[in-house]
Design a binder for this molecule. Structure first.
Ligand code: ADP
Length: 275
């Protein structure tokens, strides 16, 4: 893992890393402040390779912010986030050395992280197939035929083999979201962050998207961070559930423990409302 040109700081940090098995992702005392408002108040959280973690909690508890920091879309105020033992964010370094300081490093690390959002952000002027083919060609420099083959197989996986040439305007919300999932999958990330991916959908379209995510989860190797209000889905898909409230992880554990035997009053109250 340690490349010969890896910066000294990162090599040194790795040596002080006590954990035996390297987690895929590690949040270490991460905080995030927007002006006077501290929305993440010191979070430690790990994800193992291939692990499916559901992040649940009330609106405004900081779930999306946590996901966006992992996706490198927001900068933590303090703490560190590690990806495979490398520093994705290191806000402890006085020189401000973080992922933005090295664009190549950022691009490489981002390649390991797939992202799917509430709003699909498809390119309206591109067909489903071209939307999915774009990143392999532009970012990975894949040849047209190879990227087409891979994109078709991803669209097949999400049940859209018959919509390759459809433009987003001709697709339902659920279909658009499935294209967005295929577009993230095609890069073969090590982890996918699904941020409230069904919240903007009409209720009758939610099921098809959750079903696709379940199938991908069952494929196995890719880790997932599932930020969701769908408790049944979290229970079905997740290996582990973390309940966040007020910028902290209040409770985490296997789905059975979280949903059937919640310990904290806050989680009990939350589940009464949403569970
Ligand atoms: P959740 O995903 O759990 O609903 P969020 O992470 O979206 O929570 O938001 C956590 C808190 O941070 C909320 O109070 C929200 O208003 C605030 N927040 C999120 N993004 C910003 C921002 N860009 N500027 C200021 N406040 C923000």
């Amino acid at each position: 893992m340690i490349g010969h040109n890896m910066p000294v700081m990162e090599a040194a940090s790795r040596e002080t890393d006590q954990s035996a098995a390297e987690p895929l992702v590690r949040f270490e005392r991460v905080t995030k402040r927007y002006g006077d408002l501290e929305v993440i108040k010191g979070i430690d959280l790990t994800l193992q390779p291939g692990e499916k973690l559901a992040l649940i909690g009330p609106s405004g508890s900081g779930k999306t912010t946590l996901g966006r920091m992992l996706m490198t879309l927001e900068e933590p105020t303090s703490g560190r986030i590690w990806l495979e033992g490398e520093s994705l964010w290191d806000m402890t370094d006085k020189k401000g050395r973080n992922v933005r300081a090295n664009v190549k490093h950022l691009q490489r690390m981002r390649g390991s992280i797939g992202m799917v959002f509430q709003h699909f952000n498809l390119f309206p002027h591109l067909t489903a197939l071209d939307n999915v083919m774009l990143a392999p060609r532009a970012v990975m420099g894949m040849k047209k035929d190879a990227s087409r083959e891979r994109a078709v197989s991803m669209l097949r996986k999400v049940g859209l083999a018959n919509k390759l040439d459809a433009y987003p305007a001709r697709l339902s919300g659920g279909q658009k979201q499935r294209v967005a999932i295929a577009r993230a999958l095609v890069m073969q990330p090590k982890i996918m962050v699904f941020d409230e991916v069904t919240s903007a959908l009409d209720p009758e379209l939610v099921g098809e998207v959750l079903e696709v995510i379940k199938e991908i989860a069952a494929d196995g190797e890719m880790a997932m961070m599932l930020i969701t209000h769908e408790m049944d889905f979290a229970r079905d898909v997740a290996d582990r559930v973390a309940f966040g409230d007020g910028g902290r992880i209040v409770e985490e554990g296997p789905p059975a423990a979280i949903f059937e035997n919640p310990r904290s009053e806050r989680l009990q109250m939350f589940l009464k409302r949403f569970g």
